[in-house]
Ligand binder design. Structure first.
Ligand SMILES: [Zn+2]
Length: 344
């Protein structure tokens, strides 16, 4: 079933490309060399440079707002490739910007405004820091949630050696099998925290931090941008800063008033930092609701990006622009993938 559906999708995509070559918006998160990457967020600087070469060779690098203007005029620039990076990691300034500048490729960085300058990591990285790194942990974890106590057992993985960590370091959340209890607990807690309100989630992470006897500080390799770094990232005309809510929630899990607050406050906070208008938005986790899409328009954004993996054709809705996620592929693999998308 899946295979037949995929073939049909491919055939439809090829036909559409022949009739009208589309644009594509790429979704990155991090440009960094990490020892483990359980959420598949990072592209190494070496691969990012190779991918930028391929974008120049097979596509036409374009600013997100230039694509939006073209769409409003009923056009799509042929083989246009827009680069975006989500969340607002410090490595976007350290590694991504110099490479973008070297290749003359513009980009939009969607910053989670409430995370700017924060001394804690993003919640999904805290889970990695507390559970997947090689440090001893108590054998049993108990958390109180909605009045009930949940319990997880680390069994033999209370101790976790450097060697075991190195062995498991390529494991990620999309793997079908979990090598041990550490990964199983990580996955269970990720699923549990994903839909919770931000305040409840951080209460649980505080409990988890105390249980692990770990300092509540961000690893330098995993921290978000500071306000001063966000300003430096936006300097010049290469990188646009867009908003990505305050706390990176699943918007569909929030009441409409909270969705509106997350969207509006992130715009205001980033504008206060940057001293200019912020006009691009990206929905965290790709979660879009009719209320959120309406709030984005009312707040004064000119466009919003989803995580719907499609190319951008002429009739794309500028408040639900599709984007395709990029993995840590080498230049040749990425080039083949890109050429399929833009039909060249
Ligand atoms: Zn995000």
């Amino acid at each position: 079933m899946l295979r037949a559906g995929w073939r049909l999708r491919q055939a439809r995509h090829r036909l559409k490309c022949r009739l009208a070559p589309p644009a594509i918006i790429l979704m990155y998160h991090r440009v960094a060399e990490l020892t483990n990457d359980p959420h598949l967020l990072a592209v190494t600087p070496e691969h990012f440079a190779q991918q930028l070469d391929a974008i120049r060779a097979y596509g036409v690098p374009l600013r997100l707002q230039d694509l939006v203007r073209s769409l409003q005029q009923g056009e799509v620039p042929r083989r246009a490739v827009v680069v975006t990076l989500d969340d607002g990691y410090a490595d976007n300034l350290e590694h991504a910007k110099p490479l973008l500048a070297g290749h003359g490729v513009p980009a939009t960085v969607f910053v989670t405004a409430g995370q700017v300058g924060r001394s804690r990591e993003f919640w999904w990285d805290e889970l990695d820091r507390l559970l997947l790194q090689p440090r001893p942990l108590p054998p049993v974890l108990q958390l109180r949630l909605n009045g009930t106590v949940r319990e997880w057992r680390l069994e033999g993985a209370s101790t976790y050696t450097d060697e075991e960590y190195r062995h498991d370091r390529y494991w990620h959340i999309e793997c079908r099998d979990d090598p041990g209890p550490r990964q199983r607990v990580f996955r269970a807690l990720f699923d549990l925290l994903y839909l919770l309100p931000s305040a409840t989630r951080w209460t649980i992470l505080d409990e988890l931090t105390a249980w692990a006897e770990a300092p509540p500080i961000a690893r330098p390799s995993h921290r978000a941008l500071t306000a001063e770094e966000a300003l430096r990232l936006a300097e010049g005309d290469l990188v646009e800063i867009g908003a990505h809510t305050m706390t990176h929630p699943v918007l569909a899990a929030l009441p409409a008033s909270e969705q509106r607050r997350e969207i509006r406050e992130s715009k205001a906070r980033l504008e206060a930092i940057l001293g200019h208008e912020v006009v691009s938005f990206a929905y965290p986790h790709g979660s879009i609701t009719p209320e959120a899409a309406a709030s984005v328009g009312e707040a004064g954004f000119a466009c919003a990006c989803s995580s719907q993996a499609e190319a951008v054709f002429r009739k794309a809705n500028r408040f639900q622009l599709p984007r395709v996620g990029v993995r840590d592929w080498d230049g040749d693999t990425f080039a083949r993938w890109l050429r399929w998308w833009v039909g060249s």
